[in-house]
Design a protein around this ligand. Structure first.
Ligand code: NAD
Length: 260
């Protein structure tokens, strides 16, 4: 896959990025698409093709058929284990190194940003590889071996579930506050690979706009956010982001040059 995108980044954006001290990035499932992790809006494959994510990623779905929901998450975990971070994830690691203050807010639960090497992160929707008790909402790391699917909570005997935020559930308060604070203080805010439909994450670019930030969207498709942004870069994140980092800060990491 080409990392030297011929795509021209607007000169005004390059100039703003060179002097920016505080960048905030929001990512969604689209940034992992080029790693082979399907987005929610893409058709699911095989066994799961006949279900909507909305029929699987809700507390009601879990109550109705906990085994089916647990097994869907086991399938998603397996897909993510086989995937690798892509050029878009790595470009964001590079951005974090180049800018004085940087916050990466992700709606993704796949852990690929961390595997790529990002540090300053807010995981808004939890993580596919963590587990918690459905009844008590407390994190659980180990549970006794048994044939139960889902397994049982070692403290209360309740059902265990993935520690992700389902449709209709509240986001973790501290993560949401950190994200809102970051958006409200961004100089430049990127919205990357998100359909901008899932709230409250979809509010964050508007918080940044209202506070006077430059807002940049990277997505091959238009979204409800597109008409409002300062710069819209239409294309896949894995091609656009490395090209942008290259044009703004130069290519190799650790060169330490101060630019032209
Ligand atoms: P979404 O599925 O609603 O939208 C994905 C967006 O990515 C679309 O707008 C699409 O045009 C865009 N896109 C597709 N390929 C792209 C590419 N190569 N580069 C840039 N953009 C690309 O995802 P969402 O907005 O993140 O919201 C849905 C919810 O789904 C979130 O809550 C998220 O937690 C969850 N989810 C996460 C994962 C994951 O962790 N990888 C996967 C599926 C869903």
């Amino acid at each position: 896959m080409s990392t030297m995108s011929p795509l021209l980044i607007p000169a005004a954006l390059v100039t703003r990025l060179r002097v920016a001290r505080r960048l905030v990035v929001l990512t969604g499932a689209g940034i992992s698409a080029e790693s082979g992790v399907p987005t929610f809006r893409e058709a699911q494959t095989g066994l799961w093709a006949r279900y909507n994510p909305e029929e699987l990623a809700t507390p009601e779905a879990f109550r109705g058929n906990p085994q089916r929901v647990w097994e869907w998450y086991a399938w998603r975990q397996e897909r993510v284990r086989q995937a690798e971070p892509n050029a878009g994830h790595y470009a964001l690691v590079e951005m974090e190194r180049r800018v004085a203050e940087f916050v990466l807010i992700t709606q993704n639960v796949d852990g690929l940003h961390r595997r790529a090497g990002s540090h300053q992160m807010v995981e808004l929707h939890g993580n596919l590889f963590r587990v918690k008790c459905f009844d008590e909402d407390r994190p659980v790391e180990n549970w006794p071996e048994s044939a139960d699917i889902p397994p049982r909570c070692p403290h209360c005997g309740g059902l265990l579930r993935p520690d992700v935020v389902w449709f209709g559930e509240r986001l973790p308060v501290s993560a949401l506050q950190a994200a809102e604070q970051a958006a409200a203080t961004a100089e430049i805010f990127f919205s990357i690979g998100t359909s901008a439909l899932v709230y409250p994450a979809a509010d964050l670019p508007f918080t940044a706009l209202a506070a006077g930030a430059t807002v940049v969207e990277i997505n091959p498709q238009p979204t409800p956010l597109s008409p409002h942004v300062t710069f819209s870069l239409n294309g896949p994140a894995g091609a656009i982001l490395p090209g942008l980092v290259e044009q703004v800060w130069g290519s190799a990491s650790g060169v330490g040059g101060s630019g032209p």
